[in-house]
Ligand binder design. Sequence first.
Ligand code: GTP
Ligand code: MG
Length: 349
Amino acid sequence: MTAKKAKKNDEEIETEPVDAETDSEEEEIVIDVPEEPEATVDDLPGVGPATAEKLREAGYEDLLSIAVMTPVELADSAELGEAVSVKIIAGAKKLANIGGFLSGGALLERRRQVQKLTSSSSNLDELLGGGFETQAICEVYGEFGSGKTQIGHQLAVNTVLPIEEGGFGGEVFYIDTEDTFRPERITQMARAAGLDPEMVLERIHVARAYNSPHQMLLVDEIKRMSRNIDVKLVIVDSLTSHFRAEYIGRANLAPRQQKLNKHLKELKQLADINNALVLVTNQVHSKPDAMWGDPTKPIGGHIVGHASTFRLYLRKSGKGGRRICRLVDSPNLPEGEAVFVVTADGIRD
Ligand code: GTP
Ligand code: MG
């Protein structure tokens, strides 16, 4: 579902080959797989009770979360040998059935679990085919003041809304890199949505990320905490600001892109494992007069574009807080635009 076409004319270096259009849903072979009881870490071949306990202590209850790791990562975080980690990961891949093909039926079942979150603007919801989807990374990019953070706040409030009202009835993790999260704004929007502001604030877990390694560490923390919390929305606002400030110059572009890629992969895991939405914000290149750096292009180039399931481009338009949102990239929806406004109550038509 997340396979994207690699785009040409991108001034940034691609550091990993893009597996373009290989895992499209339609191409899967349909085989009916009988239902089996869900396997746990105890079922991993060659894993005794002591190792299973180590895995659990390190936060790996779930086979899918092990299956998608690299041996070095697993060895480090669960304090295991690398050879053992290789075996564990291979076993988890088999049991979690992600090493090879999934049946079309199984994929359809996974897609059936996708939920959609309202933005409080019916124009915007319509553009997105009914709202912001789970199991996906949605990138919102645009210049300063275009409304990225406001959308983040609105979706955080709406995540708490019951499902019947277009919400997820769940909780939110908000990684704030620019110190722009405002509880007062949440209070305003919660009241307008008919929710108790204190209850809403209780369900939004905010962490300030001080630099890019810290930002990445916070994803691990969310992974751990999501064992006990029904996380339905993860926001990273902004995804790229630290990376951009820390990796300066062309020589640092490749390592920056590698780190960003890893970060996005971990975020996608969160989205898949929790059937949650991940919303990341991104700025556009700032200098309109520069030789390179298109001011309408988001930072991070291919890497971010390839990892995001949906990309929304926001622009300010005229007076009265009017904003235009363009759906730039989506696996199953037509490109298009929607107009919304930012009001005291939040995002509206
Ligand atoms: P950067 O993070 O700087 O890149 O910008 P951004 O895209 O995150 O912009 P943000 O979402 O912070 O939008 C800020 C704009 O939202 C302001 O310029 C206002 O136009 C609007 N806004 C924010 N709060 C309110 C509010 O309480 N009432 C109204 N009417 N508008 C608001
Ligand atoms: Mg912002």
